[in-house]
Design a protein around this ligand. Structure first.
Ligand code: ADP
Ligand code: ZN
Ligand code: ZN
Length: 730
């Protein structure tokens, strides 16, 4: 035991949100002492000329110099980060090789990151005032009257009103103005909707629910591998209900475009507890309230996108990742984490099952299921009455095409409409046309800041770059030859919409893409207005999932050929997933569905395998090819990227990084430096260095050993660089 009077008082070792891979020592504010229980608390500190919010990572004896600065304030009476969450975030920092301070900042909603105190977590509800109770029956029919009638039985919380009544907020304001209703704060857990029963499970669903039940007392990874419409969501609902019945919390992760009001309403109606939503459309304040409600154990269920994986779960019982193959679970900038993979890490640390669901599982998860690391649960039948759609290839070689659509496609659309059905024409390219070409000299409109053509928009009047956002009008004449033969080449959703509207003037044609559907609820509103009448939907992958369109009988897929010949080794997997998901939109209810696949490559092995054997046949052959080629999941990869005004600066930095990695002597393949797939973007030159190794551990050991030199290299100061472990876009 050292003599306490002779050793200096302990200091805080802080994780700060700065791009430096180390902790920073600070003394506590004057008159305070640093104790082990401070770990996980936020503190405000001076840093250079700024102030930063840091988190106490360790408490210990000061190292080296004695001239330590003092922290300005301790912000949390109780540590904000505790137990499992803190440990898992430490793991994430090690795995992504990112500074702990940046990882912790990423895990927090913005107000908490800024150092604000934990917010009030009351829920808000509405109730009639005494005056409102007596006046209710005298109110004229209309929205305020409907709301008053709804509140007649007692207070109702705002989430539930959102589900039940349109436009209730304006009605509530009208009642409040007349003193007839008031907004009240209520403890978050008191106002639960009554749980409604669902359909009786079929045999396959019951097997899955039983397996999850059997696994509920510890960590287990389960892959719910079920065709579209097979009732996976019903299985989640049963598993979550069981988790709630045991008094535990459930986290449900869904893809960016899967979190629709329809989905939420389904969870709310069935579970009988308040269901929180967490997505990018919420205000910072709402996000902070949800985070806090989970930390306090008040909230029980959240359905959220990627960042919901950072919620504290002190009473965790279950984690569900729906559509686990979806690309939106991977964050592509800042801390490049994969929410599904981090969910598995948390499940293990929490000792709870993690249920991954998909109709088209990622090859990583599928392999884990096939080798027995994950429990493989399969749903091979569509639930209820629905039948799988029939798939037909439409060979368009030598056929006359209009906006890329063949006569056979128009005929099929006409037939479906004649039978009072709905049609979806799927093309994964928004805008009017992907290229503007001069027919006289071959000039095409390129973005001035990116190595990419500009997309034609606005019916042919505007040019827009989908990579940097640059816009300009379509020129009157060719800038190169002065000719007037500028022609849009190819077709995006806008042009397809135009052609279909001209061909089928007596039915509505609705286009759904990021151009028409900026806001989260816009998609829902458009589809609700479209209803179940006969008509045509034209859309990008925004329409590939999430919505039940019971009257959809034909799905026509055009433009798949572009995906068949990509350099990215993951392109076939992404294309197969997209095709199966889009095809799965057809025939979800009583009516039979048909899928028409237009292609110039009817004999392409990917299409042949997919149609003859379905996703699993494709996945088997793709896994074999990945194994032969030494690609994930049979190898582990990391990507070092650099961008700068000068390509030489990127090259020099990546070369020095390559040397540092080679010096470690680790058994790694290092490819590059090579230009990125898009070598120039938004005015920056971009290069990359790909690392690949058969063994995950030696890849990480090499990175650990080389990163100090990479950070310190003089070449690093002339570029913006980043490291991406398990990159998804090569
Ligand atoms: P998935 O999530 O696999 O796409 P859902 O859970 O959304 O499938 O189910 C698809 C449709 O089938 C929904 O309308 C759902 O209500 C219905 N459904 C699910 N399970 C059953 C069942 N056991 N019996 C009858 N209908 C079911
Ligand atoms: Zn020209
Ligand atoms: Zn651009």
């Amino acid at each position: 035991m050292p003599d306490p009077s002779s050793s200096p008082p302990p200091v805080w070792r802080l994780a700060l949100p700065v791009p430096l891979p180390r902790l920073f020592d600070y003394r506590p504010p004057d008159g305070e002492t640093a104790v082990a229980g401070d770990v996980g608390s936020r503190v405000r500190v001076p840093f250079g000329s700024r102030e930063l919010i840091g988190v106490v990572a360790e408490v210990g004896a000061p190292e080296g110099g004695t001239e330590l600065r003092s922290a300005l304030a301790r912000l949390d009476p109780e540590p904000l980060f505790q137990g499992e969450l803190l440990e898992s975030l430490h793991w994430l920092a090690r795995y992504t090789h990112a500074p702990l301070g940046e990882v912790l900042a990423t895990a927090l909603p913005a107000p908490l990151r800024r150092g604000e105190p934990l917010p009030d977590t009351h829920a808000w509800a509405w109730q009639l005032t005494e005056a409102g109770k007596t006046a209710r029956e005298r109110l004229r029919a209309g929205k305020p009257r409907r709301l008053a009638d709804r509140l007649h039985d007692g207070p109702c919380d705002e989430d539930r009103l959102d589900d039940e009544l349109d436009d209730w907020r304006s009605a509530a304001r009208a009642l409040a103005k007349r003193g007839l209703a008031e907004r009240i704060a209520v403890p978050a857990l008191t106002l639960a909707p009554r749980a409604q029963p669902g359909p009786a499970l079929n045999a396959e669903q019951q097997v899955a629910v039983d397996a999850i039940h059997a696994a509920r007392d510890g960590f287990a990874a389960l892959l719910l591998d079920g065709v579209t419409g097979s009732g996976k969501t019903e299985v989640y609902l049963h598993a979550i209900a069981d988790c709630l019945a045991r008094g535990k919390q459930a986290l449900v992760l869904v893809p960016e475009i899967g979190l629709t009001p329809q989905t939420l309403a389904r969870f709310r109606a069935r579970l009988g507890v308040p269901v929180h939503a967490l997505h990018s459309g919420l205000s910072d304040g709402e996000r902070a309230r949800t985070w806090t409600a989970f930390a306090r154990g008040e909230a029980r269920v959240v359905v959220g996108t990627r960042s919901a994986v950072f919620l504290p779960l002190p009473e965790a019982g279950l984690i569900v990742v729906d559509e686990e193959h979806d690309g939106s679970f991977k964050q592509l900038d800042g801390i490049r984490y994969h929410a599904r993979d981090f969910a598995l890490v948390r499940g293990k640390a929490l000792g709870v099952p993690v249920l991954l669901g998909s109709a088209t599982p990622s090859l990583e998860s599928l392999r884990n299921a096939l080798t027995g690391r994950y429990t493989h649960l399969r749903l091979q039948q569509r639930a209820g009455q629905a039948q799988p759609p029939s798939v037909r290839i439409c060979d368009v070689r030598k056929r006359p095409l209009e906006a890329g659509l063949s006569p056979e496609l128009f005929d099929a659309v006409a037939r479906a409409l004649d039978a009072d059905g709905q049609v979806l024409v799927f093309k994964n390219r928004r805008g009017y046309a992907p290229v503007l070409l001069c027919h006289d000299c071959g000039w095409s409109a390129q973005c001035q800041r990116c190595d990419a053509p500009m997309t034609v928009h606005g019916g042919g009047r505007r040019l827009q770059c989908h990579h940097c956002g640059a816009r300009r009008p379509v020129p009157d004449a060719c800038p190169d030859c002065g000719g007037l033969a500028l022609q849009p080449q190819g077709a995006g959703t806008e042009r397809i919409e135009e052609v279909l509207a001209a061909r089928f003037p007596d039915v509505p044609v609705l286009r759904i893409d990021r151009g028409t559907t900026q806001r989260r609820d816009a998609l829902e509103q458009h589809l609700a207005a479209f209803g179940t009448q006969r008509g045509i939907l034209v859309g990008t992958q925004m329409l590939a999932k999430g919505h039940d369109l019971p009257n959809l009988t034909l799905v026509a897929v055009v433009g798949v050929d572009e995906g068949l010949f990509s350099a990215d080794f993951r392109a076939p997997e992404k294309l197969a997933q997209l095709l199966i998901q889009v095809a799965g939109r057809a025939g979800r209810a009583q009516r039979a569905g048909e899928v028409l696949l237009q292609t110039h490559h009817p004999g392409h092995p990917l299409l042949a395998t997919l149609i003859a054997g379905g996703y699993h046949a494709f996945a088997d052959s793709e896994l074999e090819q990945r194994e032969m080629a030494g690609f994930p999941p049979f190898a582990h990869m990391a990507m070092l990227r650099a961008e700068a005004q000068q390509v030489d600066a990127c090259d020099a930095f990546l070369r020095s990084a390559r040397d540092a990695l080679r010096d470690t002597g680790a058994p790694l393949d290092v490819h590059g430096p090579l230009p990125a797939p898009m070598p120039r973007r938004a005015g920056f030159q971009r290069m990359q260095l790909l690392l690949s190794g058969a063994d995950r551990r030696s890849l990480h050991a090499a990175l650990d050993a080389a990163l100090p030199a990479i950070y310190a290299a003089p070449e690093a100061r002339r570029v913006r660089w980043s490291l991406d472990v398990d990159p998804v876009d090569l």
